[in-house]
Design a protein around this ligand. Structure first.
Ligand code: AKB
Length: 317
């Protein structure tokens, strides 16, 4: 089936890889990537778009006869705390614009990313279930809880097919993470490959849920491909990949770089991480649309090191 898809926030960590996967799946001519700034050397259709501008968004939707939107743009947890009200404003305005434009223009489906940051006060931190209480302690988390509820509202009230995943920290080599609390788990691989010491902004024992980029993208595409009737959760699905602490990723990296030096200097991001789940229960995603992660710690470490060596042109010793 031919469809034209708009990716908002296409230059981000997920967007960079998702646009490529969608191009492969549906053809370059059917994917419109968009972001606040152009992407250098992007091979495909690209529009500069600020999704907080509803007219600009609708113009792009009409210009390309968009039938599906992946709305990935948001200010993340750590950056979001610098100006909480601005974060709330941007994250909510962009999402509500996407939902309204979708409703008025007969969109087939909308994807909205949620996060483990929706959990906080009162939620169990081990094996955290889909329906735990959602009392986040970051502006980003609050905007995502509200976003999940708006997704449910647009589905129930207008029949708009909004689907959502709660991503753990995403680990990928293609682009840098930006402004999140789980960013250390990407940055650490860059330091290891460049054989530089690494200063970790979380305490060494802080376990958090993470997911490799290939698993995260596959989960997104599988959710969006699933038959409508099988999507039983219309807020957002928990998905798990793997959980680890900084100390655990360091020991995995030291199997390749035995002399890798790491210092732990926890900062304000430690307070955010301390309130998040350690492990995730993704029973509903498994049951409803067959979710299964494929990447464990060893596989992630090997791929990250291999790909970053290629990127930095590091010759093996
Ligand atoms: C962040 O750290 O803010 C994000 C997330 C877990 O949503 N990576």
């Amino acid at each position: 089936m031919k469809k034209t898809i708009l990716v908002i926030g296409a230059n981000g960590q997920l967007g960079t890889v998702l646009t490529q996967s969608l191009q492969l799946k549906y053809g370059k001519e059917n994917i419109v990537a968009s972001d606040l700034r152009p992407r250098e050397n992007y091979d495909g259709i690209f529009e500069i778009l600020d999704a907080t501008d509803v007219r600009a968004l609708e113009k792009v939707v009409l210009k390309y006869h968009i039938g599906e939107i992946y709305h990935l743009a948001a200010i993340l947890s750590a950056n979001g705390e610098k100006d909480p009200l601005h974060t709330w404003g941007v994250n909510m305005k962009a999402l509500l614009n996407v939902l309204e434009v979708s409703r008025h223009n007969g969109m087939d489906k909308v994807f909205f990313p949620s996060t483990i940051a929706v959990f906080g006060e009162g939620a169990s931190q081990e094996n955290t279930c889909n329906n735990e209480p959602l009392h986040p302690l970051t502006s980003y988390g609050i905007s995502k809880v509200a976003g999940e509820n708006w997704g449910l509202y647009y589905f129930s009230k207008y029949g708009l097919d909004v689907r959502s995943l709660r991503y753990p920290g995403v680990i990928g080599y293609q682009s840098n993470a930006g402004g999140g609390t789980t960013d250390y788990a990407v940055e650490i691989f860059h330091s290891a490959v460049l054989e530089k010491p690494f200063t970790c902004f979380l305490d060494g024992k802080t376990t958090l849920p993470m997911i490799f980029i290939d698993d995260a993208i596959r989960a997104t595409l599988e959710l969006m491909d699933a038959p409508k009737e099988s999507i039983k959760v219309r807020t957002s699905y928990n998905i798990s990949g793997i959980s680890f602490s900084p100390e655990e990723v360091v020991s995995s990296i030291r199997k390749i770089y035995p002399n890798f030096e790491v210092n732990y200097v926890p900062d304000h991001r430690q307070d955010i991480a301390s309130k998040w789940p350690k492990t995730i229960n993704d029973k509903e995603a498994k049951q409803d649309w067959g979710w299964r992660p494929e990447y464990d710690m060893e596989k992630i470490t090997n791929v990250m090191v291999y790909k970053l060596k290629e990127r930095y042109n590091v010759v093996s010793k």
